[in-house]
Structure formats: structure tokens, C-alpha cells
Design a binder for this molecule. Structure first.
Ligand code: ATP
Ligand code: MG
Length: 407
């Protein structure tokens, strides 16, 4: 597929400046808007929330529902190309937009990421080529499938096929009785039961693929999740065994190529203990967009994941990013805005920002809630040891858990 490039700063015959659009106005949309505007594009955001983080910083904010016909028509009339910041955009909305505008990633790719059953089938057909498999699983859509679940999938995790994120829509089950109860708890919607695997580590790979099939991206990130939410990302040489890193990148490229993906794609992997020194890779899920685990690229690389998102959708050349600093990213959840007694507090930014190589990103959300992603802090430095020391100090000042798990 090819796409005529949309150049930043161009103005069409009707006087309309080159404008890029995004479905969804959260923090990922906001960082996309910042990257697009830096290059010289105008931006448009469609998000129903009048106070959405991206809507507040965009040239245009269309505050309608995602399936609103008038809102979609307005987005299409403003924009030369459109992307998405979250995978649960209604499939029909992207199809409507794609009828008249380049949409990257396309509706078919987003539909795969919306459904764990389709996603696993896609992984089996594509990541399998790089020797990477999914966790053993069974599809549960009917009582008969529930009754037929093989015993060796237990203990396991029952996950809804659709609309899961940050560990939501998941129940851990030890036996068939708990499995049956969990399916009732999840309202008997289509689910997958995954075997509970012995995780050594988790990692993710972010690539960008252009309309012409060119592909570029970043080395794998090492990720630490707490309570199903990303807490820490470590991005530097040696963060994971190099053979695994190479294989994870190959699997990700295969996953993107197999569906002629266009845009930024993040694939999440588990490293499981299989008795070998390195462990084995298992592919978990994909996000058809930039990812929380790639936020460090804004401060540690010469080209960020959001820059690649802009380049890919606009048909510009895809540069190979160069990481110039080792980095550790700490997610800042709303919990940081409350003290041990549950009273609201202002985090000690004065002390945190006095630490060398700290880069604070807050998303413009006015109300802090436990578990809500409010911002992140990236620590960069000349060497890994120094970055680790500062990341620990920052984590301590902010009361963040998880740093002890980093080697
Ligand atoms: P995300 O916000 O990443 O989209 P999600 O809600 O879609 O999250 P998963 O990524 O499937 O959920 O799972 C969340 C976390 O739960 C994983 O990062 C991992 O720590 C743990 N987990 C999930 N599946 C398994 C498994 N089969 N075995 C062991 N741990 C698992
Ligand atoms: Mg996940």
C-alpha cells in the first residue's frame, strides 16, 4: 500500500493547514498532539470529555461520542489522516473514517487488538514464525466449552475477550469450581482461560511500520507490573538477555508484517521460567498504538514513539531511532497524591526535580484517583548505574514501590 505524504506546514487551496487527527483524548493522544504540533501539523482530537488531556492542547477538539456521525464527519473534513490512541474505539467509527481518509492503524488491525480470541489466532499465525507462542489457552464462549477445559490449564487466568485493560476483566482461578464461578462473575461473556505461567519478567517491543512496509523501532523494554498496571520500565543495554531481545523484536515485526500493519505497534511478552538460563518468550497482547512502556523514548531517544506515529500515518520517512541515554521510567498513579493516612498531598516535586536527569510528564488531569495514570517520571543519565541510583531516590521520595525488583 502507498500513501501520498502529508507534509507539515502545507496549506491546501481552501486555506486549510495540514491537520492530523486522533480518536481519543487521553494522555497518549496528548503526547501524539505534542509530537505532531512540534513538526508543524495542526491537530484535531475526538473525545467526548470536554476536559480530555489531548483536547485541551489540540487546535481542534470535537467533543462528541466516538460513534457520533456528525463528530466523525467533522473529524474527517478537518484531517488529512487519522490515528487512534486506544484500542477500544468502536470498529464502525474507524470504518466510517477510513471510507474517506487514510486511517493508521486500519480498522482491521484495531479489531484484532480488541478481541483476545482473534489476537491469539493472529499471534499463532505470525509470532509463531519467529518461534514465539502464546500462553496455553482455551476459548470459553459456551457452557460446553467451559465443561471441556483441560485440567492442565489450571490454575489459570480467565480474561474477557473484549474491553480488558490494566488488569480489569480478569479473574485468577485455581480449579474448575472457581472457573465456573468466575465466568458467572464476568457475566458469561466470551472469554479466554490462560494457563498461569511462572513469569521471570515481562517486556515489550515497539515498532512502526509505514504504508510502504518499511519497519523501524526500539529495542525491547523490561517492564514491571504491580496489580496488573505498569509500574516501571527499564530501557538500556543488558536489560534482558540479548537472544531473547532479538527474538522478541523479530516476533513483533512478524506480527506487524502479517497484517500489513501501518502505524506504531506495541507487543507485550512474558519471559517464563522454562528451566533455561534465559527463560522462554511468550507473546501476551498487542496495542495498536504507542504504549506506556515507550514513554521513555521522549527523553532517552532522538526520535520518540509519538514521532514515529506521526511519521507513519503521514507517510513521511520512518527514521531509525537512536537511544542516547539509558532510562528508567516510573509511572505516577493517583496514589502518589495521597499520604499514608489517605489525605490529599502534593508530591515533593521540588526534591524530585532537583535530582539529576529527571524528566517529569504530567498529563493535565485535574483529579487524582488511586490507580489513575496521572503522569510519569523518566530518569536518564550517562550510565545505567547512575540512572538506577536516581530512580531509586525518586521512587523513595514519591513513595513508589517496585524498584527493588530491578536488577
Ligand atoms: P494491559 O493494560 O496491559 O492491556 P490487560 O488488562 O489487558 O493489561 P494482561 O496484559 O493480559 O491484561 O495481564 C495483566 C498482567 O497480569 C500481565 O502484565 C501479567 O503481569 C499478568 N498476567 C497476565 N496473564 C498471565 C499469565 N497467563 N500468567 C501469569 N501472569 C499473567
Ligand atoms: Mg497487558
Amino acid at each position: 500500500m502507498s500513501q501520498a505524504p502529508i507534509f507539515p506546514g502545507a496549506v491546501d487551496a481552501a486555506g486549510q493547514p495540514a491537520t492530523l487527527g486522533v480518536m481519543g483524548g487521553g494522555q497518549l493522544g496528548r503526547m501524539f498532539v505534542h509530537a505532531a504540533q512540534r513538526l508543524g501539523y495542526f491537530t484535531a482530537v475526538l473525545d467526548p470529555d470536554p476536559a480530555s488531556p489531548a483536547g485541551r492542547v489540540s487546535h481542534h477538539h470535537i467533543a462528541t461520542g466516538y460513534s457520533d456521525a456528525a463528530g466523525l464527519a467533522q473529524l474527517a473534513s478537518l484531517c488529512a489522516a487519522i490515528t487512534t490512541e486506544f484500542e477500544n474505539v468502536p470498529a464502525g467509527a474507524l470504518q466510517t473514517l477510513a471510507a474517506t481518509r487514510p486511517v493508521a492503524p486500519g480498522p482491521a488491525a484495531v479489531a484484532i487488538a480488541q478481541n483476545r480470541i482473534e489476537e491469539k489466532a493472529h499471534f499463532t499465525a505470525s509470532a509463531g514464525l519467529a518461534g514465539v507462542t502464546c500462553a496455553p489457552y482455551a476459548v470459553i464462549e459456551t457452557p460446553a466449552q467451559l465443561a471441556a477445559v483441560p485440567a492442565d490449564l489450571l490454575p489459570g487466568i480467565l480474561k474477557t475477550a473484549r474491553m480488558g485493560y490494566d488488569g480489569k476483566g480478569q479473574v485468577r482461578v485455581r480449579n474448575t469450581a472457581e472457573l465456573a464461578a468466575a465466568w458467572v462473575e464476568l457475566k458469561q461473556v466470551p472469554c479466554v482461560l490462560e494457563k498461569l505461567l511462572p513469569l521471570k519478567a515481562e517486556c515489550s517491543v515497539i515498532v512502526a511500520r509505514g504504508w510502504d512496509g518499511a519497519i523501524t523501532g526500539f529495542a525491547p523494554q523490561y517492564n514491571l507490573h504491580i496489580d496488573g498496571i505498569l509500574a516501571v520500565t527499564a530501557a538500556y543495554e543488558g536489560n534482558m538477555p540479548s537472544a531473547l531481545a532479538t527474538r522478541a523484536r523479530a516476533a513483533t515485526e512478524s506480527i506487524a508484517n502479517h497484517i500489513a500493519y501501518v502505524g506504531v505497534l506495541c507487543v507485550e511478552f512474558f519471559v517464563i521460567d522454562d528451566g533455561s538460563a534465559d527463560g522462554a518468550l511468550v507473546v501476551n497482547e498487542m496495542a495498536p498504538r504507542p504504549h506506556n512502556s515507550g514513554h521513555y523514548t521522549m527523553d532517552a531517544c532522538d526520535v520518540s514513539q509519538f514521532d514515529l506515529q506521526v511519521h507513519a500515518m503521514a507517510g513521511l520517512p520512518l527514521p531509525q531511532p537512536r537511544q542516547h541515554s539509558p532510562a528508567i521510567m516510573l509511572n505516577l498513579l493517583g496514589d502518589v497524591w495521597f499520604d499514608a493516612a489517605g489525605q490529599p498531598q502534593t508530591p515533593d516535586w521540588q526534591a524530585v526535580l532537583a535530582l539529576p536527569g529527571t524528566h517529569l510528564h504530567l498529563y493535565g488531569k485535574l483529579e487524582a484517583r488511586a490507580g489513575r495514570k496521572m503522569g510519569h517520571l523518566t530518569v536518564t543519565g550517562a550510565d545505567v548505574a547512575g540512572v538506577r541510583v536516581v530512580a531509586r531516590q525518586a521512587a523513595q521520595l514519591l513513595g513508589l514501590p517496585g524498584l527493588d525488583a530491578l536488577q
